[in-house]
Design a protein around this ligand. Structure first.
Ligand code: DGJ
Length: 538
């Protein structure tokens, strides 16, 4: 049965300041190292995001979290809907969330909360009915035909105030329940925001603002940051202009929406941080090739106009891409901006095992999360298939601190290849060597053995490397920028961690190493290999 808790608003808003608890969050992101720190210790999120309708009841926690814990995840991203926690104005009910936190703790899982407040994927479905039905108090964005959309307007001052109030109550609740244990690590503000329609809101208020000068504060920040603007923004930015159209040209509609969303959402984040300053981030739906603003959510925190968010939304700690497009590495790189730690809150489930290795290895991500993780199942009996993501997470978990230290010291690399990748081989450099990977082929026919392969490469000590991967063949040469020596393989071992020791399962040689000339990974299972190399002079 639901336990109803009426949180007096006055308490929710004034209590923390009066009892001095504001700075008690023991989780923070370190923007310089890109790490997530829990009680000042780096923590790697091996995550997964639940389906949109998977976290709306308490019984779902009992069914879903124990099953997920078996997949070797350590963190689950779960929606928390505004309509769920504030079904009537001013009456808050956190009983479902509290139960999820309790069950997560029992399962040794952490949580990241996804605040589905005013917007989820542009639309406003998760706002309470008392908000959605009162279009006077909570105005809608307006389409080109003058009709209201199912999208709350970014100009709704009451909407922003009520969203912020609900979010503050949520954060106060998390603080009271969780500040000792840090089961909840972070919070995502809204979800893939932006305006769907012809580029921008066409309400009278939006039209009026659009004809006005661009706010001075935004102009000053963009001018100060002029050398770091995205290519798209720099191409349009005219600091001599006054109105939105004059300053941003063809990009004006979208930049205008980015300004509105950034300002509104920052006010929500600010209210939440006053209660409990956990790390807060926003996720972006990425524009597809040739897609126009408004076909993808216009003004969302995607790379083209992210400078607007970074200039205005000072309470947002970082920005994250939801990567469903095939060019995973391309989109990750777009978010590797100084001061923006890499966290992938959503990624396609099918390619997740490969992309995870790239994210942690190449981009030093502190977290990666396939979407719809609750649709995966750990094996129930011997012989049942083990999801590859589970194998990846188990391997990364066994590397533990070695991986965290190597990431921080820039001693990791990543590689992901698919049968349809634009190039058949990729090369990374590490520790004085070049590692050239390609998808594994049958020795006799040369036919591809797999369509996907990936590795995370880690330099553990001089001439020694750990490789977590599957489906690749890797050839090593000396890096010509280091010396002109000749590289050779000393040994390749498949290893597993048993307690604090590494146990050698198999030494790879003969046919398995192409007579000592390459690392040949298992095409179908994720394994950990220890590779020792040496170099001789010519
Ligand atoms: C991206 C959204 O952020 C998720 O909530 C979910 O709707 C997925 N798309 C579905 O593919």
């Amino acid at each position: 049965m639901l336990r109803w808790i009426v949180v007096p608003l006055v308490f929710a808003l004034i209590a923390p300041a009066s009892i001095g608890q504001v700075n008690q969050a023991q989780v923070r992101v370190d923007k310089a190292s890109g790490q997530l720190l829990v009680q000042e210790k780096p923590f790697l999120i091996l995550g997964g995001e639940l389906g949109n309708s998977s976290a709306g009841t308490s019984v779902q926690a009992d069914a879903i979290l124990p099953a997920i814990a078996k997949l070797h995840l350590n963190t689950v991203l779960m929606p928390v809907a505004w309509e769920q926690v504030e079904p009537q104005e001013g009456t808050f009910d956190f009983s479902i969330l509290d139960h999820w936190i309790d069950v997560a703790r029992q399962q040794n899982l952490h949580l990241v909360l996804l605040w589905f407040g005013s917007w989820k994927n542009a639309f406003s479905e998760y706002a309470p009915a008392w908000v959605k039905s009162d279009t006077k108090r909570f105005p809608r964005a307006i389409g080109a035909d003058g009709a209201p959309l199912e999208i709350l307007s970014t100009f709704g001052t009451e909407t922003a105030r009520c969203d912020a109030r609900a979010f503050a109550a949520l954060m106060a609740n998390v603080r009271e329940k969780d500040r000792e244990q840090q089961t909840v690590l972070m919070v995502q503000l809204e979800n893939e925001v932006g305006y769907l329609g012809p580029e921008r809101d066409r309400s009278p208020e939006a039209n009026r603002e659009f004809a006005d000068p661009v706010p001075r504060a935004l102009m000053q920040k963009l001018i100060a940051n002029r050398t770091n603007l995205s290519r798209q923004l720099a191409a349009h930015f005219n600091p001599q202009g006054k109105t939105w159209r004059e300053v941003f040209g063809e990009a004006a509609n979208e930049v205008f929406m980015a300004w509105r969303y950034a300002t509104y959402i920052d006010s929500v984040a600010e209210a939440g941080k006053k209660e409990y300053p956990l790390p807060m981030y926003m996720n972006a739906q990425l524009p597809a090739f040739l897609e126009r603003a408004g076909e993808y959510p216009s003004g969302g925190p995607h790379p083209y106009y992210i400078n607007i968010y970074r200039a205005l939304a000072t309470h947002i700690d970082f920005y994250s891409p939801d990567i469903y497009w095939p060019e995973f590495a391309y989109w990750v790189r777009k978010y590797q901006m100084p001061g923006n730690p890499i966290f992938i809150p959503e990624a396609r489930l099918e390619t997740a095992p490969y992309n995870a290795l790239y994210a942690y290895g190449a981009a030093k991500a502190f977290g990666f999360c396939p979407f719809g993780i609750d649709s995966l199942h750990a094996p129930e009996k011997p012989g049942d298939p083990e999801p590859a993501v589970m194998q990846v997470y188990a391997a990364l978990d066994s590397l533990g601190q070695i991986l965290i230290d190597a990431q921080a010291a820039n001693r990791t690399r990543g590689m992901v290849l698919h049968a349809n990748s634009p190039r058949g081989t990729q090369t990374v450099d590490l520790g004085g060597y070049l590692f050239q990977g390609s998808l594994s082929r049958a020795w006799s026919t040369g036919a591809l053995q797999v369509n996907d392969g990936a590795m995370l490469l880690l330099e553990s000590s001089s001439n020694e490397f750990f490789v977590v991967g599957t489906g690749l063949t890797v050839k090593m040469t000396r890096d010509p920028d280091t010396d002109t020596n000749i590289a050779s393989i000393a040994s390749i071992e498949e290893i597993v961690r048993v307690g604090s020791q590494w146990k050698v399962v198999e030494r790879e040689n003969g046919d398995q190493s192409n007579q000592g000339r390459q690392l040949t990974m298992d095409p179908h299972q994720v394994r950990i290999y220890r590779l020792r190399l040496y170099a001789i002079s010519r």
